[in-house]
Design a protein around this ligand. Sequence first.
Ligand code: PLP
Length: 394
Amino acid sequence: MRISRFAAAIEPSATLKAAAKARELKAKGIDVFDFSLGEPDFLTPAHIREAAKEAMDAGHTRYTPASGELELRKAIASYHKEYHGLDYAPDQICVSSGCKHSIYTALCATLDPGDEVVIPTPYWVSYRDLVQMTGAKAVLVPTTPATGLKMTPDQFRAAITPKTRLLMLNSPCNPTGSVYTPDELAAIAAIVVERDLLCLSDEIYERLLYGAAKFRAFASFGPEVYARTLTINGVSKSYAMTGWRIGWTCGPREILKAMDSVQSQQTSNPCSVSQRAALAALVSRQECVDEMRKEFAARRDYVCRRLQAIPGVALTPPDGAFYAFFDVTAHFGRTLGGTTINNSADFCLAALEQAHVSLVEGAAFGAPGYVRMSFAASTERLEKGLDALSSWLK
Ligand code: PLP
């Protein structure tokens, strides 16, 4: 059967693939320590679930405007005003079916085939494929631990060509946990303005910060930056709402109008009940976000301590998000349980089969020597999984 060139060029999401493999072993009765998915293990807070039930009974079960209900877009506008001092009118906001969908819709509305998109690497697993799905070209900029796995202004400048249209920035970053400082962001923003580019700033982890890390919204570096920024955010990570599928984009009116048209043909609108749940998340008490963040912070400290004690694991502790991203090249060439480890894919497969620990190979994020471990799992599972990983690597 012939499938299209478009579909053939798309890799399935590596994180979902790793999770599926872990599920296969679980189905065989094996106790797998699954640290592959970036999904809070907490239940969506009760008051949000209640709001969704009430919404169904109140009849919020119909089509909504393509870019989402006005009330939700107003709440999103208030959020960005309160937290970042940014003014967005409701017609500058598009609510989509999760941030992944927000990103794709934003790319569909801004890129033409042949355009180039600069992506600091390691990057979130879907960026490259989402860009390729528009016919544009992803230009990967490799970073090193020397700069905290962050792209420098010089690297950015060197990657720009006459075809460059957009920069995709993700701070706090999945998979590295790196957070760009305000000064670093200001330097990158100045180049975006100077070269008249767009920046898609994926800020989905903005509320999950550790230690002294500070978040600053990319659009907040003055009117010229604001006019060139598409801010992506959503409820999946901060409110433990991954399954509800609500994300949004804020940005220039013309682009948001185009996104509204794209979305009206793609999905009609994001799920009506989920929109009411997201509204409740944004307008009600925010303590739940900080309670979860504190728990992630404790797990982050524990996971870093344990990983740093394993010989041959090189980890830069994350300042945000909920991933430990570590270099395992010291183990390449070793034979473990009869398997020779030549790359991080071998490492992850052997870790799953022999230690029953599910991790994601770095190649999926454009960093083949690395492995990603999500610490969005209970402390008890983290403890046992890290015991299994460290005794396997001994
Ligand atoms: N952006 C980043 C950096 C992510 O890590 C994720 C999810 O893992 C997303 C976007 C997608 O979020 P959503 O579940 O809202 O589609």
